[in-house]
Design a protein around this ligand. Structure first.
Ligand code: NDP
Length: 333
């Protein structure tokens, strides 16, 4: 079994990831680390986690752990990951992997050198809907993909309108959702973004110039052109992912979420056929795949380098929107 500690008593850990770890047969959720002893204790009590500690160091002095789930604020991902890797722990890190490319590459390289697994929690790769779309595309069922559209537009709940909407250094929709959309496109298309053109706005909830929506056109290596829209201000918008090919189009409707949700259709001519999809918990699928990487050397759903790639494109989006120019996306291996 993989013995897990959660680093950061966060909302996403509380609502999804803790229970996902507890549900996976190869995983055991042993501990939570929180800077606040009281918050950590309450988190552990509420979720039935045996140990709570105020630092990774004090935890490791008493408790054996194999892997950490880094679920802290964006500006703590780098340090928390490097500390875990130095202790020989495998890391599933929340997105964005880091705030800068320099940090993200350092995280991926350090974990490679330490011989520990680094994965990025691009949980959408765990969605049965996204896996079905990827299968349709990669098995040629819509012919050659020519264009894609992805719209991750939602309303950010009031209780999450904290650092995300106020803190320019680590908040904003680009760190929050653009990284996900980029990863979704890379995953379902098995293609790489090469250039972006973007515009952003602080439309409703973003403060201090923090963007709450952004729209981009992205060129991919294959020649495909994609449209991406991420927003935290849309109470009525259905999320969507479309891939349009020479032999058909795939429509994923309502499929960008934390919960298993939405439907997948293939359209040929005017005929629309629903593709049956068996719903599965996205986070449990991600954890199970991570455990297989630790225990059997398999590939995690999204590696550290996938997190570097999604961040590289997201930062190109930010620069394009800020400067009003087309921006090339750097690639790292
Ligand atoms: P939260 O704001 O809930 O928690 C972030 C950190 O703040 C926690 O690690 C905790 O650290 C501290 N904290 C928690 N509650 C409080 C509080 N009441 N007062 C002060 N500090 C508090 O973060 P989210 O859950 O919204 O996001 C965490 C990370 O997960 C982010 O990187 C985000 O991008 C990512 N995320 C990923 C999702 C996915 O599906 N992949 C979905 C949502 C978020 P400590 O306990 O050490 O004090």
């Amino acid at each position: 079994k993989v013995r897990w500690a959660i680093v950061g008593a966060s909302q996403i850990a509380r609502s999804w990831v803790a229970r996902a770890i507890q549900s996976v047969p190869d995983a055991e959720l042993v501990a939570v680390v929180s800077r606040s002893a009281a918050r950590g204790r309450a988190f552990a009590d509420d979720l039935g986690i045996p140990v709570s500690a105020t630092s990774l160091k004090s935890l490791l002095a008493e408790t054996a752990i194999d892997a950490v789930y880094v679920s802290t604020n964006n500006d703590r991902h780098r340090d928390d990951t490097l500390e875990a890797a130095a202790a020989g722990l495998h890391v599933l890190c929340e997105k964005p992997l880091g705030l800068t490319l320099y940090d993200a590459v350092e995280m991926a390289r350090t974990c490679d050198r330490a011989g520990v697994v680094l994965a990025t929690n691009h949980h959408m790769r765990g969605a049965a809907t996204h896996r079905a779309i990827r299968d349709l595309v990669l098995t040629g069922q819509i012919g050659r993909p020519l264009a894609a559209r992805v719209m991750y537009c939602e309303y950010l709940p009031k209780e999450l309108q904290t650092w995300r909407t106020k803190d320019k250094a680590q908040g904003g929709v680009i760190y929050d959702l653009t990284v996900h959309n980029v990863d979704v496109l890379r995953f379902v298309l098995a293609d790489e973004p090469v250039e972006v053109m973007s515009m952003k706005a602080s439309s409703l909830i973003g403060e201090n110039g923090v963007e709450d929506q952004v729209q981009s056109i992205v060129n991919f290596a294959s020649g495909l052109i994609a449209y991406m829209h991420e927003g935290q201000v849309f109470a009525h918008h259905e999320t969507a992912l479309e891939i349009h090919g020479t032999e058909g189009s795939v429509y994923g409707r309502g499929i960008l979420d934390e919960a298993p949700s939405g439907r997948v259709y293939v359209r040929r001519g005017t005929e629309m056929t629903e593709i049956p999809v068996e719903p599965a918990n996205l986070y449990a699928t991600t954890i199970a795949q991570f455990d297989a990487a630790v225990l059997h050397g398999d590939r995690p759903a999204a590696t550290g380098w996938d997190g570097v790639a999604s961040l590289a494109t997201a930062l190109a989006v930010r620069r394009s929107a800020q400067e009003g120019v087309r921006v090339s996306v750097p690639r790292f291996e």
